[in-house]
Design a protein around this ligand. Structure first.
Ligand SMILES: Nc1ncnc2c1ncn2[C@@H]1O[C@H](COP(=O)(O)OP(=O)(O)OP(=O)(O)O)[C@@H](O)[C@H]1O
Length: 450
């Protein structure tokens, strides 16, 4: 389930965007990049929902599928803006307001009511046109033939976004990045939309002017009664503008809730890690810094079970072992690296030999120590059973018996790679999908109490 909003302006249900991976002259489909893999949420009138996650999580794909710059693979995007509110489902179960099935005429009306602001404001401004004409052309396309009236509306808008009416006749290159984003905002507002998708609207801007643009967005949203989907990789930006936040990882929403609630009481380790990256004014008050190692895996071949388990600092330990959480994480990372062939003891041996005056001194013991150091595996693991398996695996690796090493390391398994987490409801529309949030008897205490 997902938090359902009464009379939402936008309802996204099980939205998927899978890009086919093709091979050969016949372009046979051999797989799919599941960039968006079944997301659901509502946005209420006048509300801003933040969609946050690292680069590659699928935020932009979600946005362009919602606004139908790309065709969704599956799912519904029901838009109740314009005069569409209150419509009910057709006999066949489809919805007349489903953007993914709009015909050309419906799409044109939707494109008036729903606008998009991009990271690079220049992308929506033609360098050969004055900024005024760039904004006014939308009015013309949508049927306003009175040139003077168009000019008046645009001049008024330029002022409302903090610029001057006289800027109408200037060209984009005459403006700074922040000013261009203000013009792009005027362009997005000129058709009096009800819904705006803002895709990283401040991340290309100078840090010094980000706050100004965010505060402008807040003001404009209130003044125009806009609903907004606000996309960002930056939690601190999300906190400035969003009423609610949805945290996205590898095509899925792993946590959603009121911004205050999610920030003060995160329930998913990924959210926790994103929050810990926010710089604090007082470093001594900084919460534990959780380092998110590596990058988001490819959506072509996502990890099994919980997709975050390959990077999760809270990855659940199997009942057989009793290790510090940090070491358990390190062990699983080591196991995965060996399995994927990324650990090559011979190249470590060669590298160490090059650094050393006496290459003959690089024996197996040195290689094993080096591996322990590189993978944070401690000189000796606290759990004797785990230590013995690790020693066997390291012996096998140093000896070039990779298969044996893999076999030893495959003893280390986690429920997180086997079981897909279901959503847990924390009340007040705050949901998360993490196995740790299952009842205590199964996987230990919930995240918040750990
Ligand atoms: N046309 C495409 N074909 C195949 N894969 C794609 C395509 N477009 C995007 N992807 C993949 O889908 C995933 C999600 O990309 P997307 O750009 O939506 O992420 P994002 O969270 O918006 O990141 P960023 O902030 O870097 O844009 C990525 O792994 C990306 O490589």
């Amino acid at each position: 389930m997902f938090p359902v909003t009464e009379d939402p302006i936008l309802s996204v249900r099980n939205l998927k965007k899978h890009y086919p991976i093709t091979q050969g002259i016949l372009s046979r489909q051999v797989g799919a990049a599941k960039a968006v893999d079944g997301i659901s949420f509502d946005i209420a009138e006048g509300e801003t929902l933040g969609l946050v996650g690292e680069s590659g999580c699928g935020k932009s794909t979600a946005a362009s599928s919602i606004i139908r710059l790309e065709e969704a693979t599956e799912g519904e995007v029901i838009f109740n803006g314009g005069d569409r509110a209150g419509r009910s489902r057709n006999g066949d179960g489809s919805h007349p307001n489903d953007v993914t099935t709009f015909d050309d005429e419906e799409l044109k009306a939707f494109r008036r009511d729903a606008q998009m602001i991009f990271q690079d404001p220049s992308s929506s401004l033609d360098p050969r046109m004055t900024v005024g004409s760039s904004v006014a052309e939308l009015l013309l396309v949508h049927g306003m033939t009175d040139k003077q009236r168009r000019r008046e509306i645009v001049e008024d808008l330029l002022e409302r976004v903090g610029l001057e009416a006289e800027y109408y006749d200037r060209y984009p290159h005459e403006f700074s990045g922040g000013q261009k984003q203000r013009i792009a905002l005027a362009r997005a507002l000129v058709l009096n939309p009800e819904f705006i998708v803002a895709d990283e609207p401040v991340s290309a801007l100078d840090v010094s002017i980000r706050a100004e643009i965010l505060s402008l967005l807040n003001d404009i949203q209130e003044e125009f009664g806009l609903s907004m989907l606000f996309i960002s990789h930056d939690m601190s930006v999300v906190r400035e503008v969003c009423d609610r936040v949805a945290v996205m990882y590898l095509g899925e929403i792993v946590e959603i809730g009121d911004t205050d609630e999610v920030f003060s009481n995160p329930q998913h380790p990924y959210t926790e890690a994103l929050l810990s990256a926010i710089p604090r004014p007082d470093p001594s008050a900084q919460r534990e810094n959780i380092e998110l190692k590596g990058t988001v895996p490819s959506p072509t071949n996502p990890p099994s079970g919980c997709k975050f388990h390959t990077r999760c600092h809270m990855v659940i330990q199997s009942d057989e072992f009793d290790l510090e959480q940090e070491r358990w994480r390190a062990l699983l990372t080591f196991r995965d690296r060996v399995r994927s062939g990324e650990v090559d003891p011979e190249s470590i041996r060669e590298a160490l030999a090059l650094e050393n005056d006496d290459p003959s001194s690089i024996d197996d013991e040195t290689i094993k120590q080096e591996l322990r150091m590189e993978f944070d595996l401690a000189e000796e693991l606290y759990d004797p059973e785990a230590e013995s398996i690790l020693q066997d695996a390291l012996d096998a690796l140093a000896d070039g018996r990779i298969e044996d090493a893999n076999e030893q390391l495959s003893t280390f398994t986690t429920p997180c790679e086997k079981e897909v987490p279901q959503e847990t409801d924390h009340g007040n529309g705050h949901l998360s999908s993490c196995l740790r949030n299952k009842p205590e008897t199964e996987h230990g205490a919930p995240l918040a109490d750990d």
